[in-house]
Write a protein that binds this ligand. Sequence first.
Ligand code: ADP
Length: 412
Amino acid sequence: MTGPLLPSGPLTYGTELNAVYAIARVVAETFDTEAGLDTVFRLARTIFIFDTVALYRALGRGRSHEADLPFGEPAAIEAFRSSQTVLRQEDIGPTVEGRERRRDYLGLPMMVGGRCVGGLTFGRFGGPSFPPEHIRLAEFVAWHVGQLLENRRLARRIASLEAQRELARMQDEFISTISHELRTPLGFIKGYVTTMLRQDTDWDNEDRKEFLRIIDDEADRLRDLIDNLLDSSRLETGTLSMTLDPARVEQVIRDVISRMQSLYPDIKLKVEQAEGLPLVEIDATRIAQVLDNLLSNAYKYAPESDVTVRITQRNDRLLIEVEDNGPGIPTEHTSHLFERFYRVPENSSGVRGTGLGLYICRKIIEAHGGEVGVETEVDVGSRFYFTLPISPLTIITTPEVDDESEHNNSRR
Ligand code: ADP
């Protein structure tokens, strides 16, 4: 290490030594540059006399809170350009009365690893000028201020490099997940088409039908995956449009459930629904997509489990819950579940997915002014839920849109 770790020449035992030691310690230990600078200048004041201090960095200018005018800029620039300590004396002239007329500026280079990164000026009004022992102490302070600024520059650089590395890691992970997810259905489609095109085998009608059904399913999967990717990037950029209309959420849910039951005949689904639920303003297609995601997840990750869908009213919100008694999710993952591309390693091996589903659910529900959440316990099960606000307008519009409105308890 280069630089004045200790000022040359004897230090007065006591205040001076303590201050020098404290300055070195602040620089070595502080992560807060502004607070560090304040402490260093406060300590400097206890060991030599100055009226102002101003700090000039190689790029731009920053003055400590003690200087309210750009005092001593020429001295700082000269020290910065020459990497030498400079002493300048100015006589402001008769317009300034008293001791303020004479100004002494001590310009000091701030050296970091042999490179000058800026200049520091201490100013004294009304003389006498800085004696040699104060100049030595000031050089010591300037060197340490340089280290403080360098520490900040390094900390910012490290943070930015870490952020870049994290981004690159996420992009890599994303590309490998997506490639895998795209490749799997494509592999099936290509395999069955090639099989059907083989000249040496005559497939009977039943076999052909089965192959075409698989190709059809895999093409659907591919389309869903691409739709999910597009939706998630539109939701991220806020360009996915939603059209909110008054609708009965329980009807939307029932439609999704019957679609699920025909898609997965072995799914064990049960619906519990409160009476007289009010209309809500929703984009029915998007709410169906949310429920679709939650039910397919229950089917994928809790395959043996009973699944209950519950719809109730909680004050000015509808609460929709999807509960299973599957494997549950370890608590350390729950705060990340609704993030893009997040998958739970313990639950996801061998189960196809991208980690987009719950993220899309959250974004859609947030766009409706609602909330999503999960309560889960390992080996007990999971309860995913979302809420939808009931606006007074929705309730007022009920009679025009709904012929069962006389049974609606929530009408006002
Ligand atoms: P994907 O299913 O494509 O992986 P999701 O965003 O829908 O993505 O789900 C994120 C993760 O949450 C899943 O990878 C899975 O590990 C976990 N998960 C979701 N639903 C359940 C559930 N009902 N039971 C257990 N784990 C679940």
